[in-house]
Design a protein around this ligand. Sequence first.
Ligand code: FAD
Length: 685
Amino acid sequence: MAGKNAVSESGKVRRVAVVGGGLAGLMTVIKLCEAGVPVDLFSLVPVKRSHSVCAQGGINASVNTKGEGDSPRVHFEETVLGGDFLAQQPPCLGMAEAAPSIVYLLDRMGVPFNRTPEGLLDFRRFGGTLYHRTAFAGATTGQQLLYALDEQVRRFETKDVEDNKGVVVPGEKMVRKFEFWDFVQLILDDHQVVRGLVAQDLKSMEIRAFSADAVCLATGGPGIIFGRSTQSTICTGIANAIAYKQGAIYGNGEFIQIHPTAIPGADKLRLISESARGEGGRVWVPKDPMDKRNPVEIPEKDRRFFLEDKYPLYKNLVPRDVASREIFAICYRENAGIMKRNEVYLDLTHIPEPVLRKKLAGILEIYEKFVGTDPYHNPMKVFPAVHYSMGGMWVDFERDARGSLKMGSPRNHSTNITGLYNVGESDYQYHGGNRLGANSLLSTIYGGMVTGPAMATYVDNLDRSSHDLPSTLFEKAQEREQKRYDKLASADGDENPYGLHQELGELMLRDCTIERHNKVLDTVITKIGEFEERYTNIACVDKGKKANQAVPFMRHLEGMLILARVIAEGARNRDECRGAHYKPDFDDKMKDAPNPIGRDDKNWLRSTLAKWGGRTGAQSKVEFIKAFDYQLGGQTVHCNDEVDVSLMELRKRDYTKKKAAFAKDADPAKKPEATTPAATTEASK
Ligand SMILES: Cc1cc2nc3c(=O)[nH]c(=O)nc-3n(C[C@H](O)[C@H](O)[C@H](O)COP(=O)(O)OP(=O)(O)OC[C@H]3O[C@@H](n4cnc5c(N)ncnc54)[C@H](O)[C@@H]3O)c2cc1C
């Protein structure tokens, strides 16, 4: 594969690095390789075990095969409304418009999507929409998608790098994969430009510096900060914490999604996907919370379908922030959960078993395995759980004339650190205050399709390749991390890192999720400070020289403490209700606000931008900023906290209405212009 600049002046292969082998990372790698840019790919786990493998319910695309009048424009508007207007609108428009061709691309790659009897792709409903918009492969969609992209990346692992004249560079392949490697530091030059990274082999514990002309973090969400969550145990947010500490700006950290329906568990909270409600699942509690009858024997008249009663149009498929708050209110405010416990029923028993087996077997097996009850014939017991982060690393974008994204612009998905990109759940820009179900898989793949070309342009325009820089820059970075590792490995304080993490998780889960109160948040922030102090007295509980799991965990814990503060302080500062961020004390104020959508948008329709402010003693400091400049291609780019709301007017977000109060001016017949070359890959042409 000949890239325009595949080889540096001194004859070295010019690689970039992608950290993260989930859907976002893999799609970025594919697009880079297609542009002729060789890649080093890093992942904590085999890429096929990335958290994306857990995704269940599906991926959104307004294909409108059921003739309901859905369109990419409606998808765009519902995404923006679902996110309570905090999402950047141009990337959302680009994403919604590219979605149908992305699903067809995945289909051509061999993803076994469910089909209708006529052989068309089947689509199910998800939250926040009345349309059947979600393509799915049973209830294991993430796994099917991840395996499909993994196959594409494997092709590039065997493809030779060619120099600028098309001559094969001996022994060099387009993708070098480093699985079980932990990214530990960015290598920045004197001008704060990314020149590579340091990573550690989690088996041999070797620490090594890698030069790279650009680095992309596609490192997923930070759910484990909350201890128990639906996310995988590797989702600590560490890579973002490292980059944040090195100067990258973190956006909207306080926006954490709480999914309405998970299985409560002592170790982990396992998701029962929204697809269960998309296929007709009903949420209810007995009218008498102490009703002792077997739930299947409780007649409908004695059941309380509280979502259907309050939201007659959307019923059980209101957006997640709304549904979670309703369940929370039933259990905590009314003490009306099942047997007055924190549980409600999610009932599928009225749906024929063969239909459930065809469409939902993947998740129902999980319920049966971990709860021991057959969900085909018994209502499941569920409760909300931490699930997703709308917030993440701040990234830039460049609009085209129509307001969508200008493909190939090096600004797309660039962070404020020159040469550092970020994509997937680890970036902040597509979902605003609340993500609609099945939009994440879409944003990871669309984001990858945008980020690959953006990085390729950036690399093409670099004056000098990182691979030609003096080796001392890399040796010093490697030494620094080796020393840090040695220090942690010999730490013999009194604090057990796992115990400390448990306390952090319990605190964040209890006090910084569905409902937030300023007084409580003040305590959370004080507590985080205490945890940071205690972290300095930590003990390494594993002295092994190989496959030592304790030291990496200690590193991740430090990152979790840093991001916990960003989340908690962001929540403390935002005195309003928006999407998943709900402060009851400010709810009434919203109702009285003169603004047509009922709140103080002058102050709060803004991205929270958090900047590392160093430490005072052991405690980290967050600086919240309004504007900043960054350098790209020799230019200064000025950015601020304003949200681009130029493509859709603000509307009241009210899901109780009988008629949809939005998308009314969207014209389903209006076909989007072809704005994106994104949805092809070599393999799928
Ligand atoms: C149970 C569950 C079900 C879901 N179902 C759906 C669904 O049906 N539809 C939908 O749209 N969304 C769904 N989501 C959300 C969606 O799965 C995720 O948001 C998405 O898969 C994230 O993809 P990603 O590529 O950004 O990150 P991930 O898939 O999390 O990948 C992150 C990668 O980064 C690597 N990494 C992290 N840190 C480091 C480090 N320090 N060094 C090296 N590598 C590192 C990891 O090894 C991994 O390869 C679901 C989420 C959960 C929890």
